[in-house]
Ligand binder design. Structure first.
Ligand SMILES: Cc1ncc(COP(=O)(O)O)c(C=O)c1O
Length: 455
């Protein structure tokens, strides 16, 4: 049966050409899968897998669907499950963006978080856990995108024909990421018949085993990566890589910076994996010595990653932005005052303002600044002491509650000395020559240490 209502809007996504980023001799087109109603390419398989389970009788009216998902498949399934009246239980690894989890729960899905630091075969690995849950719940169906033939079929019969038509029947290369391998497998099958000249190119995060597998047939132990939704530590059962002979390993830094470039230069707000795909597509395009027509995806919307990929401080914390280094404590301050990054408050601001700012920026203390001069520090404890007896005190000025006697450290203070302040629960306040540079918290110090070590 053809879908109706919102479900009829799944697929038939628009395509646009990249025009302001250097694509060498090639033309690069991106298909905007972020414009599906659930926000990603996975709406397609949400619909196809549920429809197939209805058709073959494995899913009965009012039934329960269980899936292991990093998020987008969950959103696609949630969209379709809600429209069709099914209960949906999703097992999600705990490294996933919080926004995705909020979104899934708000759509009515039951989310069970599980560990992201264990591999296949471990009972808490998200796929093993979903399979077990489905076995234990009477009448539940483990929809399992990794082994479900309706997953690649959605791309063979839907995405593929759309792409070929939008490329006017002329496409030299298709660049895909692999999560479940549904997209690359379905498109490989489609192009094998409809456009055999189309080369299938893999875009893979550094740490994933797939590039090694397609180029050598072997793979070692997987590493870890930040990009969500693509990259694997095993070969999904539905994968057919027989038409995939070339792949690019893309670092997290390259993926995230490419996603930001896409927004800055092309106005396209994609997720981190779209950065991986476009970075790989650009490498392919720039390597060509003859003009080619190339296509890839904006797989999901960057809206879900605003506090990560599109957050300057997150990029710095991850070490994805190369910052000028000084060889002193400035290298450890995430939000530097001289760059306008420190969240501050004035001595005459109300405590309610200080409280709102702490909440908004998720910080526990605020330097109190009179112009460029540091005149105090207000932390949660100061605020609590001032307001616990009479909440009306929130209307009082910051200067009535701030700590004025503050210990500061100079730019060349060693980390070992900061440890004393950290142990007492304080932050390090960096001042040199009367100039305030910023605060260093425990997590800033940890981020700094982590940035400087490759594991
Ligand atoms: C966020 C995201 N999810 C899923 C996919 C495709 O994965 P699958 O192999 O499961 O079809 C991509 C592909 O690029 C992606 O970027």
């Amino acid at each position: 049966m053809s879908p109706t209502g919102l479900l009829a809007l799944i697929g038939n996504t628009p395509m646009v050409e990249i025009t302001r980023i250097d694509t060498g001799l090639c033309r690069l087109f991106v298909k905007l899968e972020c414009q599906n109603p659930g926000g990603s390419i996975k709406d397609r398989i949400g619909l196809s897998m549920i429809s197939a389970a209805e058709d073959n009788g494995r899913l009965k009216p009012g039934g329960t669907i269980v899936e292991a998902t990093a998020g987008n498949t969950g959103l696609g399934l949630a969209l379709v499950a809600a429209a069709k009246g099914y209960r949906l239980i999703l097992v999600v690894p705990d490294k996933m963006a919080r926004e995705k989890i909020f979104h899934l729960r708000a759509m009515g899905a039951e989310v069970r978080l599980t560990r992201s630091d264990v591999g296949k075969g471990h009972p808490e690995y998200y796929q093993d856990m979903a399979e077990r849950l489905a076995r234990e719940l009477p009448g539940a169906l483990f929809i399992n995108q990794f082994a479900n033939p309706a997953n690649p079929l959605a791309h063979e019969t839907g995405t593929g024909p759309e792409i070929l038509a939008q490329m006017d029947g002329d496409i030299d290369a298709m660049v895909c990421g692999v999560g479940s391998a549904g997209t690359i497998t379905g498109l490989s099958h489609f192009f094998a018949k409809a456009s055999p000249k189309t080369e299938m190119i893999l875009a893979d995060p550094v740490g994933s085993v797939l590039v090694d597998y397609i180029t050598t047939g072997k793979f070692g132990e997987a590493g870890s990566w930040v990009v969500e939704g693509i990259g694997e530590d095993f070969i999904p059962p539905i994968a057919d890589f027989s038409r995939v002979h070339k792949g690019y390993s893309i670092s997290d830094a390259d993926s995230c910076n490419t996603a930001r470039d896409l927004l800055l230069k092309e106005g396209l707000l994609g997720g981190s994996s779209s950065g991986t795909l476009v970075a790989a597509a650009l490498r392919y395009c720039r390597e060509q010595t003859t003009p080619k027509r190339v296509c890839t995806f904006i797989c999901d919307s960057g809206n879900k990653y605003l506090s990560k990929v599109y957050n300057d401080y997150w990029m710095i914390d991850q070490g994805f932005v190369v910052r000028e280094t000084f060889g002193d404590l400035r290298d450890m301050i995430t939000r530097r005052f001289d760059e306008g990054g420190t969240v501050t408050v004035g001595p005459d601001d109300k405590l309610a303002i200080a409280y709102a700012r702490m909440k908004l920026y998720d910080v526990s203390q605020l330097p109190v600044m009179e112009g460029d001069r540091l005149v105090g520090l207000l932390d949660e404890w100061d605020l609590l002491k001032a307001t616990q007896k009479a909440p009306r005190q929130f209307a009082e000025a910051v200067r009535t509650a701030m700590t004025q006697k503050i210990e500061t450290v100079g730019l060349n203070t060693p980390l070992a000395t900061l440890m004393d302040a950290f142990e007492r629960g304080h932050v390090a306040i960096v001042v040199e020559g009367g100039r305030f540079y910023g605060l260093i918290t425990r997590i800033d110090a940890l981020n700094h240490l982590r940035r400087n070590v490759a594991l």
